[in-house]
Design a protein around this ligand. Sequence first.
Ligand SMILES: [Zn+2]
Ligand SMILES: [Zn+2]
Length: 270
Amino acid sequence: MLKIFNDHCKAYSGSLFKKIIRLFEQLLYPLKCLNCRVYIDPELVKPNTMEACFCGHCMELGFYPIQTPYCMKCGVKFQTDFNENHVCESCLTIPLKLDRVRATLEYKGIIKNAIPLFKYHSKLSMAKVFERLLFETFLHQYARSKIDLIMPVPLHKKKLRERGFNQAYLLIRNFVKQYQYSFDQPPSWKIDTISLARIKRTQPQTGFDIEKRKANLKNAFKVVNPKIIYDKHILLIDDVFTTGATCNEAARVLLKNGAKKVDALVLART
Ligand SMILES: [Zn+2]
Ligand SMILES: [Zn+2]
């Protein structure tokens, strides 16, 4: 009887202790909307969700997961009621070097504010949210593909030093762990952050048309060790896909150096 009473006291004091710690955390680090800084009640949201990063008002900007219909090659969402995936006009006219591109979200609504906050203002609390969303798309689109290497699109070393992180890498940092958790076995692919390097410091692509983007990226990438990528099916990872010039140039260089097939998985695309 005494033991039960003691256990009960321990459990009660344990949960009370946790509650006190949580209250202190909330006082010291109150949950605030990353966009407008308004307070978010932590009791009303799940951790590591968009709702834990942005208030209800900012979430009203909209959140747009990409669902059918989309282009089977470049992954662009078709804004029509016709509900079947097909290949878009642009992919039929100028085929990409990439075999197929898949994106989790449309680059509009709240995500258009969220990605620059993550990337340029180091709001890294979003990394886990984005990674979870991207992993769901990965499972849906690539779990049955025979991928050998997953490669975040590299940054130039000077840019990496300035920013302090490669946003594409943060999107897949725990993919192995997540895969193991989902399938109870290690994945057959590896994450490779060294075989592809960015050797040219390119201008920011914003405001450039497609031709200028291509010229800006010319000779930007180099394969460090062609043996590692030879005959491999590679999945490139990036945060945003606009014209696709960056991923496509990386794919061109990988294919030229012996890769078998290159796909891209991105968090958001226009
Ligand atoms: Zn807000
Ligand atoms: Zn297309």
